[in-house]
Design a protein around this ligand. Structure first.
Ligand code: AMP
Length: 514
C-alpha cells in the first residue's frame, strides 16, 4: 500500500462498502461504495484534463458531497488539493492563483463569469462544480466530465512527504501563506485522532463546518473516514438544523460560536443531546463560561483541542479524565510541545508564559515558495514556532494565552490580552470582550477593551474600570473601554483583532503628551 492519504483511508473502509458514508440534506444517502466510485470518477476527470501528480488543483466551491468527492479524487490522482474560502473575492482569488499556479481551478457555476479572466491570466484551466441532485442533472462542467468518466481508478502511489494539500493561512498580517501538507501529515493526524477520541465505525459525525478549512476538511472529514464512520453533512451551521440532526448523531465538532449559538436555543436540552458521546471544540478559544453552561444544560463536558492549519491537531483534553475549561489539554501522542522564551528560544519552566513550539509527524513541510519565511519559523532542531503564546501547568495541561502578535506592550510591560479579557468577561452584564493594543503617544500601545454587553445591561466604562482596578496591576488596565454590539469574527469564529486594531488605531491620537 502506498502512503497516498486515500489508500490509508480506504484501507479502513472495510469489506462492506454498502455501509453509509453520509446522509445529505436533500435526503440522498452516500455509501462507501459511492465514495470509491465517485472519487474515482473525479480522479479520472482531472487526469483527463492534464492534471499530473504534484500539480495544484485550486477549488473555490460551496460545501457539498460533490466537493468532498472532488477533494478525494484530486488526492487519488496524486495532485495537490488547494481549497479556497468561499468568501474570497475575485481579486483575492487572483492572488492565490498567481501564487500557487494551479493546473486546474474549479469554481461554482454561478461564479464562472466573474472568475474566467482571472483563471486565464493565471494559466489555470477553469471548470465548474455544482450539486448533483440526480445523476442526469448537469452540475457543472467538471461534474459532467466525472459522470462520464469510469468509476474505477488506481490511486497514484505517493511517498509520505509528497504534498497532498496546500491551505492558505487566514493571513491577518502580511501576505497569506500557503501551508504545504503532506500525505503523512494528514494521515498520521487522522489516525491519532481516531484513537484519542475513540472513533469507531458506529460513529455518526454531525458535520456543519466549512470544508475549505483544516477543521472541517481534515480534522472532521479525514478522521471520520479513517474510522469508517458516517456523517450528517449539513451545508453550514444553522442552530435549528443542528438541533434537528443531533438525535441521530454521536459526535459533533464545532467552533466556539456553534456552542454559544446553541446555548441561546431553547431546543438545547439533555434529551436532545442524549445520543451524543462527544462534543469537540476548537479553532478559537472556548470561554470557560460556555464550557460550564454547556455542561449544566446537557450534562456533556465539551472537549477542547488546539491545532492550526500548519500543524493539524497538536493537543487535546482527554477523552477519559478531566476536561478542564480554559485549557486545550495535553500534547497528542507523537507530538512534542514546549514553551520557550520568544526572544531567545530557551525552554521555560512550568507555568511560565512563552511561545508554543511543536514538532511531530503532524507538522507541515513549510510555506509554499517562501523558503526564508519557512526557515524563520522553525528552530534548528525542527520545532515549529507556532506564534501562539501559552504555558503548561503543573498537571501538564496546555493553556493558550493568545497569538504572539496580539501581545500588548504598554509602557514597556507585556500585557496578555486573555488575562484582561477573562476578568472583564467575569463581570455581570458582559457577554464577551476583546482586549487590543492600539498606538498610544505615551505608552507605545494603549490597552483597549472592546466589550459586548448583554441586552439592557447598564454597565458603564467607569464600572468596568472600577472592578478591574481591584484585580489587575495598573499597567494592565484598559485606557479605554468601548462598548459594541458584536465582535468581528471570521468564518471559523475567530475574533478578528486586526480589524479592531484598524478601527481604533487613532483612538489615542488626540491624547496630548504630558
Ligand atoms: P487556523 O490555522 O485558522 O486553524 O488557526 C490556528 C490558530 O487558531 C491557532 O494558532 C490558535 O491561535 C487558534 N486556536 C486554535 N484552536 C484553539 C483553541 N482551542 N484555543 C485557542 N486558540 C485556538
Amino acid at each position: 500500500m502506498s502512503d497516498n492519504l486515500y489508500d490509508q483511508l480506504a484501507a479502513r473502509f472495510g469489506q462492506d462498502l454498502g455501509r453509509l458514508f453520509a446522509s445529505l440534506p436533500d435526503g440522498r444517502r452516500y455509501l462507501y461504495r459511492d465514495v470509491e466510485e465517485v472519487s474515482a470518477r473525479f480522479a479520472n476527470a482531472v487526469v483527463a484534463l492534464g492534471v499530473r501528480p504534484g500539480d495544484r488543483v485550486a477549488v473555490q466551491v460551496e460545501k457539498s458531497i460533490e466537493a468532498l468527492m472532488l477533494y478525494l479524487g484530486v488526492i487519488r490522482a496524486g495532485a495537490v488539493f488547494l481549497p479556497l474560502n468561499t468568501a474570497y473575492t475575485p481579486a483575492e482569488v487572483e492572488y492565490f492563483l498567481r501564487d500557487a499556479e494551479p493546473r486546474l481551478f474549479v469554481c461554482d457555476p454561478k461564479r464562472r463569469d466573474a472568475l474566467a479572466a482571472i483563471a486565464e491570466t493565471a494559466g489555470a484551466r477553469l471548470e465548474t462544480l455544482g450539486v448533483w441532485t440526480s445523476p442526469d442533472t448537469s452540475a457543472g462542467t467538471l461534474a459532467d466530465r466525472a459522470l462520464a468518466a469510469p468509476p474505477a481508478f488506481t490511486t497514484v502511489d505517493r511517498g509520505p512527504d509528497d504534498l497532498a494539500a496546500i491551505l492558505y493561512t487566514s493571513g491577518t498580517t502580511g501576505r497569506s501563506k500557503g501551508a504545504m501538507l503532506s500525505h503523512d501529515n494528514l494521515a498520521s493526524n487522522a489516525k491519532t485522532l481516531v484513537d484519542y477520541w475513540r472513533f469507531s465505525p458506529e460513529d455518526v459525525l454531525l458535520h456543519a463546518l466549512p470544508i475549505f478549512h483544516t477543521h472541517g476538511l481534515f480534522t472532521a472529514t479525514n478522521t471520520l473516514m479513517m474510522a469508517a464512520g458516517s456523517m450528517i453533512l449539513l451545508p453550514r451551521f444553522d442552530a435549528d438544523q443542528v438541533l434537528a440532526a443531533l438525535p441521530q448523531a454521536t459526535v459533533m465538532m464545532g467552533v466556539p460560536t456553534f456552542y454559544t449559538r446553541l446555548l441561546q436555543h431553547p431546543g438545547l436540552t439533555r434529551e436532545a443531546t442524549k445520543h451524543m458521546r462527544l462534543f469537540i471544540s476548537g479553532s478559537a478559544p472556548l470561554l470557560a463560561e460556555t464550557h460550564r453552561e454547556w455542561q449544566a444544560r446537557t450534562g456533556h463536558a465539551i472537549l477542547e483541542r488546539y491545532g492550526m492549519t500548519e500543524t493539524n491537531m497538536n493537543t487535546s483534553n482527554p477523552y477519559e479524565g478531566e476536561r478542564i475549561a480554559g485549557t486545550v489539554g495535553f500534547p497528542l501522542p507523537g507530538v512534542q510541545l514546549r514553551i520557550t522564551d520568544p526572544e531567545t528560544g530557551a525552554p521555560l519552566a512550568v507555568d511560565e508564559i512563552g511561545m508554543i513550539e511543536v514538532k511531530g509527524p503532524n507538522v507541515f513541510k513549510g510555506y509554499w515558495r517562501m523558503p526564508e519565511k519557512t526557515k524563520a519559523e522553525f528552530r534548528p532542531d525542527g520545532f515549529f514556532i507556532t506564534g501562539d503564546l501559552g504555558k503548561i501547568d503543573e498537571r501538564g495541561y496546555v493553556h493558550i494565552v493568545g497569538r504572539g502578535k496580539d501581545l500588548i506592550i504598554s509602557g514597556g510591560f507585556n500585557v496578555y490580552p486573555k488575562e484582561v479579557e477573562s476578568e472583564i468577561d467575569a463581570l455581570p452584564g458582559v457577554v464577551e470582550s476583546a482586549v487590543i493594543g492600539v498606538p498610544h503617544p505615551d505608552f507605545g500601545e494603549g490597552v483597549t477593551a472592546v466589550v459586548v454587553k448583554s441586552p439592557g445591561a447598564p454597565l458603564t466604562e467607569a464600572e468596568v474600570l472600577g472592578a478591574l482596578e481591584r484585580r489587575l496591576a495598573k499597567f494592565k488596565l484598559p485606557k479605554k473601554v468601548i462598548f459594541v454590539d458584536d465582535l468581528p469574527r471570521n468564518a471559523m469564529g475567530k475574533v478578528q483583532k486586526n480589524i479592531l486594531r484598524d478601527t481604533y488605531q487613532s483612538l489615542y491620537a488626540q491624547v496630548a503628551r504630558p
